[in-house]
Design a protein around this ligand. Structure first.
Ligand code: FES
Length: 685
């Protein structure tokens, strides 16, 4: 069972594997059929437990769990896990989903859902039902692939099957003529603007369609546009392109080796950029250290594996190109798409659909310039939903890391110095490589005092998949290194691993390796809170291992830190708020909610700052024609930064209202029946 699970005669099946004709005469129930005038108890329970985050998997879970509960109203947790075992969720970690199902099983089918929103001034700190929750559990949320205009063209993306190859096209006109229903083939020669995009403008280097040479396997080289049936009937192997395979490098060591071909002519040694942080005298301190530990660690590519592949459609609205697609960064999509298509930014409108997870990879444009090109050239709506193969081969990954490091400590277990050197495989194009190269040296020491330090991080080009943003921008890779070395040092010193970390953890007033003074680091409190659990886990493990010869358990501890928001880049967010004539507060909320809850959290913050209850809020956006630029959804920045922008916008609106009503800051607002009432003492306005 997967996200497309439906019930046929009460049995869960994958809709994608069942031909529609085969269910004639049978009963088919989808998520849309679960509510009967009101949400089912299970749908309500999903909302109550926060079991729907991005919501792309939610229909599959709801249907599979409904089938289970109809056959077995009181399943055990194991039975729930068995029944849901094949449905994948990338956001929740499954616990909330299992709890939502077992809660219904144990409390019967009358579980009431408290849909009341928190009172004015009490939104922050409350756990309201998420504002965008009901569409997620009732199947009405619109994800990237959910809307396809009836007259939309389809697109087949022709991709390079080689890591590195030059190519030339055969007779494209003959190919079009031989395939009725195919409207056109587009190549780099058809791109009207600058065939180059990238999330960090000074490093932008990626063509929307490769020009004569492809630098990684899966790179787009041509588009075939046509009617849906015609496109689906094409065998990509028939497309007239001749490949000339070139030598390739897949690891930084190969790419940096003497004589290795340059992947980008201007980037010497295939190094995109490097970051560097130094303080004190690490060599001398390591030489004096009581103990040192060193390692060489490699980490692999990691695919984001959001359940929703990239999808959307483009169409012309007058002379404006409109793209409705899943994304984490509407304004960045607008900029890159406008550059590639040679349009002024205001002639490209990006409307974010519900986004079924992103985890960093939907920060870079994917299909936007491609469907935009076809819509612009043909004037017809153009739809594209990436296959899983398209998605995995062509979009960004976590950077594989090749790291060497050495850390020293004194006899009491205090860290004295660290030297770190890491190559981060950024693949064929820059994407977020500069951020990784810069952020890793800032954070490779972990949340611990490290008085003498040198760290170098390099983003190295290879012919591998493009590596980009993924939780922590390289810092989790460096954390593996630093935390392993901490274990080694604790062992050498005969110290408990938690005690060793506590000894070195940042406290108020400590300085980071870049000189930042810690005001409220919090790591000591976290580690202190772990103490009893750590002691118990160690004891349990010891007992288990004493009684088992062939199976052994281990227990580990690690800390990680990384910056919230952009590294070495501006970090602005803009929010707009107003009161509509109909009596609603309208929050122009451009911070994309990819499941993390920005729609609700940002509104909660705004509600308390304005002094009105969350229930009177209506959200608009994200839409570059409607909502101001809230920046991208990445690096945990939306709650902190867009939340602050929403707070300031709401405060500013409140001040205007109070000034207009000539009352003090203590006045209480009320909005009902289209009337805003301001009360202070006996004064009512
Ligand atoms: S909520 Fe399950 S994949 Fe996002």
């Amino acid at each position: 069972a997967i996200a497309c699970t439906v019930m046929v005669d009460g049995e869960p099946v994958c809709a994608c594997l069942v031909p529609a004709a085969s269910v004639e005469g049978h009963s088919v129930r989808t998520v849309e059929g679960l509510a009967n005038g009101r949400l089912s108890a299970l749908q309500a329970s999903f909302l109550k437990h926060g079991a729907a985050q991005c919501g792309i998997c939610t229909p599959g879970f709801l249907v599979a769990a409904t089938a289970l509960l109809e056959q077995n109203p009181h399943p055990s947790e194991e039975e729930v896990m068995d029944a849901l075992g094949g449905v994948l969720c990338r956001c929740t970690g499954y616990r909330k989903i299992i709890q939502a199902v077992t809660d219904v099983a144990s409390h019967g089918h009358n579980a009431a859902l408290d849909l009341r929103s928190p009172a004015a001034g009490q939104a922050v700190g409350a756990s309201p039902i998420r504002l965008d929750g009901i569409p997620k559990v009732s199947g009405t949320d619109k994800f990237g692939a959910d809307e396809r205009p009836a007259d939309a063209l389809s697109v087949l993306v022709i991709r390079s099957p080689h890591w590195h190859a030059s190519f030339s096209f055969g007779d494209l006109d003959a190919f079009v003529a031989a395939h009725p229903g195919v409207v056109a083939v587009y190549t780099a020669a058809d791109i009207p603007g600058k065939n180059c995009f990238g999330v960090i403008a000074p490093f932008a280097d990626q063509p929307a369609l490769a020009e004569g040479t492809s630098r990684f396997r899966g790179e787009a080289v041509a588009l075939v546009a046509g009617e849906r049936d015609a496109i689906e009937a094409i065998d990509p192997a028939d497309f007239p392109v001749a490949w000339n395979v070139l030598p390739h490098a897949l690891s930084p060591a190969e790419a940096r080796a003497e004589g290795s071909a340059l992947i980008h002519a201007e980037r010497t040694g295939n190094i995109l950029t490097q970051g560097f942080v130094e303080c004190g005298d690490p060599e001398a301190s390591l030489a004096r250290a009581a103990v040192t530990a060193e390692r060489l660690i490699e980490t692999s590519y990691v695919e984001h594996a959001y359940i929703e592949p990239e999808a959307g459609y483009a169409f012309m609205e007058g002379d404006t190109l409109v793209i409705r697609a899943c994304t984490q960064a509407p304004y960045m999509d607008r900029n890159d798409t406008s550059i590639v298509l040679g349009l002024p930014p205001e002639k490209v409108r990006i409307v974010a659909t519900a986004t079924g997870g992103g985890f960093g990879s939907k920060l870079d444009v994917s299909l936007q310039p491609l469907i935009g090109l076809v819509a612009l050239k043909t004037g017809r709506p153009t739809y594209l939903a990436y296959t899983r193969t398209d998605s995995m081969t062509s979009t960004t990954k976590r950077h594989p890391a090749y790291m060497e490091a050495r850390i020293g400590a004194d006899a009491e277990g205090r860290i004295t110095a660290m030297i770190f050197d890491g190559d981060f495989n950024t693949g064929a194009y820059a994407s977020w490589g500069p951020t990784v190269a810069n952020r890793v040296p800032v954070h490779a020491s972990g949340p611990y005092v490290t008085p003498n330090y040198r760290a170098v991080g390099r983003a190295v080009h290879t012919n591998g998949p493009v590596a980009g943003a993924f939780r922590g921008f390289g810092v989790p890779q460096a954390t593996i290194m630093q935390e392993c070395l901490y274990d080694d040092l604790a062992e050498k010193l005969g110290m408990d691993r938690l005690a060793f970390r506590l000894k070195n953890a940042f406290r108020k007033g400590d300085r980071t390796t870049t000189g930042q003074v810690m005001e409220a680091p919090g790591i000591v409190e976290c580690l202190e809170a772990l103490k009893p659990h750590w002691a118990r886990a160690l004891a349990d493990t010891e007992e288990f291992n004493a009684g088992h010869e062939d199976v052994k358990r281990g227990v580990g501890i690690a800390s990680c830190w990384y910056g919230c928001g952009n590294t070495s880049l501006p970090n602005p967010s803009t929010m707009k708020i107003g009161i509509a004539r109909g009596g609603e507060v309208v929050l122009f909320q451009g911070a994309v909610d990819i499941g993390q809850g920005a729609n609700t959290v940002v509104a909660q913050i705004a509600a308390d700052a304005l002094g009105l209850p969350l229930g009177v809020f209506r959200l608009l956006g994200p839409d570059t024609a409607v909502t101001p630029d809230a920046g991208k959804t990445s690096a945990s920045r939306q709650t902190f930064i867009s939340g602050k922008a929403a707070e300031r916008a709401a405060r500013s609106l409140r001040e205007k209202i109070l000034r207009f009503a000539n009352v003090s800051a203590k006045a209480v607002l009320d909005l009902g029946d289209g009337v805003l009432t301001v009360r202070e003492g006996d004064a009512v306005r």
